[in-house]
Design a protein around this ligand. Structure first.
Ligand SMILES: Nc1ncnc2c1ncn2[C@@H]1O[C@H](COP(=O)(O)OP(=O)(O)OP(=O)(O)O)[C@@H](O)[C@H]1O
Length: 233
């Protein structure tokens, strides 16, 4: 059973394709890394998958009980977002907004969901702290907890470790791996980190002059030089 299928998909702007002929599926529990050089269309594909912009051609289909508004999203952080003047708890709770249906307060269940997400991401002790006083790694864990409030089945992460030091990067990857392995959360991750991709991914989508989609083993068979950190495609 597939959760997400891109069928003859072309993505781009104002009818002009940046990427075309994309055909791939994601199953529950997959860990898909989307790699490719700058400008290859990773963010455009992600926005199309999230339904934030229409496909130029083709379709994005969801299945296995997953609806398009049930994909949790961790955007790439901008400096303005890093300075956001709200408490950790408020930010995590705001992930529940899609569930509120216009209601101007959070229910007991939503507050519990936020508490559980903060515990899973090890930020419960920071609940009352102001977001902008946190370290980069703590901020990313808060945003992951927020994404978990929005969706439990699939997370889309746009370069979740950019700007983090190696130790914090390792911790972040560890938390994401636990969500995937222990909680069965499907992961779609845009990454520039080929070593991490080859360590954690079950599947790889490489965007570029040639598009590749397949398992990590297929990728390594086709592009053995990827291990050496060389240009893969
Ligand atoms: N709003 C827009 N309107 C028109 N073209 C755009 C728009 N946003 C991006 N593009 C173009 O689409 C192409 C793909 O951009 P995109 O941001 O998806 O690439 P990316 O792989 O995510 O790059 P990066 O790794 O630098 O984040 C680029 O040529 C870019 O200039």
């Amino acid at each position: 059973m597939t959760q997400l299928t891109c069928q003859n998909l072309a993505v781009g702007y104002e009818g002009r394709a940046v990427l075309e002929n994309l055909n791939f599926s994601v199953c529950p529990g997959d860990y898909l890394c989307i790699v490719g050089e700058n400008g290859s269309g990773k963010s455009t594909l992600m926005k199309t998958i999230l339904g934030l912009q229409p496909p130029v051609r083709g379709k994005v289909l969801t299945g296995d009980g997953l609806r398009k508004n049930e994909i949790g999203y961790l955007p790439q952080q901008t400096p303005v977002q890093r300075d956001f003047p709200a408490s950790v708890r408020e930010i995590v709770l705001s992930g529940c907004q899609g569930r509120c249906g216009g209601r101007p307060f959070y229910s007991k269940g939503e507050k519990q969901l936020a508490q559980t997400a903060m515990e899973r991401m090890q930020v419960a002790a920071l609940a009352k702290r102001c977001y902008r006083t946190l370290s980069g790694g703590q901020q990313q864990r808060v945003l992951l907890a927020r994404a978990l409030c929005a969706a439990q089945n699939m997370l889309l992460l746009d370069e979740p470790v950019s700007g983090l030091d190696p130790k914090v990067t390792g911790e972040m990857y560890g938390l994401i791996q636990r969500l995937n392995r222990e909680d069965g959360v499907t992961i779609l991750m845009i990454s520039h980190d080929i070593t991490a991709t080859l360590t954690y991914a079950s599947h790889i989508l490489h965007l570029g002059r040639r598009v590749f989609f397949g398992t990590k083993a297929d990728y390594l068979r086709e592009f053995p030089q990827a291990w050496k950190g060389g240009e893969a495609l």
